[in-house]
Design a protein around this ligand. Structure first.
Ligand code: TYD
Length: 208
């Protein structure tokens, strides 16, 4: 595999967009092609970052301000990057990460005021790594939200912000994708799981 191939792949989308299912299917497909694959997620993906996950995803929507969240998500990301992502890439693995900094750009950067610049500055300072390729699973946020709520977990802080915010999040992701077309592939996630998986795999194959 050439050293400049797209090996760090991130998956993004609104809540309930089916990313996690697609992440597993993509892992299976890439493994069947002979790749060594690590599947991981944010917030979390390392023991320390999983502890931060519980802090940010559980509790009342107003538990943290957006500014505090940026610090918590970035702290979790730094630990995840150091302990999980970079070592796996160094071993030659393909890394599939369910959410990364684009989620912070959208969920914290635009949800409660304009904090995009803060997110980007902190990212440059403490993370300094973009994905080689990002799959955006795009779908109607109302459908996504009803799916996400049907799961009934304790991790509903962001879902509890409501539909208006999810609509804003979708627009935010699409705006990011338009600004960086060389990194993003947009997949229509409002279809059957197999059809979505086939498109996602084709997009990855084109760049791997
Ligand atoms: P996730 O577990 O991926 O939930 P889902 O499978 O429903 O997409 O993500 C949990 C929540 O964390 C999700 O609502 C988005 C939020 N989040 C942020 O707000 N900022 C971030 O930087 C990340 C990584 C996630």
């Amino acid at each position: 595999m050439s050293s400049n191939s797209a090996r760090f792949i991130t998956l993004e989308g609104v809540d309930g967009s089916g990313k996690s299912t697609q992440a597993r299917l993509l892992k299976d497909a890439l493994e069947a092609m002979g790749h060594d694959v690590l599947l991981t997620r944010e917030p979390g993906g390392s023991p320390g970052a999983e502890e931060i996950r519980a802090l940010v995803l559980e509790g009342e929507p107003d538990r943290w301000s957006a500014e505090t969240e940026i610090l918590l998500f970035t702290a979790a990301r730094r630990d995840h990057l150091e302990r999980t992502i970079l070592p796996a890439l160094a071993e030659g693995k393909v890394v599939i990460c369910d959410r990364f900094v684009d989620s912070t750009r959208v969920y914290q950067g635009i949800s409660r005021g304009d904090l995009r610049e803060v997110v980007d500055k902190l990212h440059a300072l403490m993370i300094g790594r973009e994905a080689d390729m990002t799959l955006l699973f795009d779908m109607d946020p109302a459908v996504g939200l009803s799916r996400a709520k049907a799961r009934q977990t304790k991790e509903e802080r962001f879902e509890d912000f409501g539909l208006d915010l999810q609509v804003q999040m979708r627009e935010g992701f699409l705006t990011l994708a338009k600004a960086a077309p060389e990194r993003f592939a947009i997949v229509d996630a409002g279809r059957a799981v197999e059809a979505v998986a086939a498109d996602a795999l084709a997009a990855v194959k084109a760049r791997l």
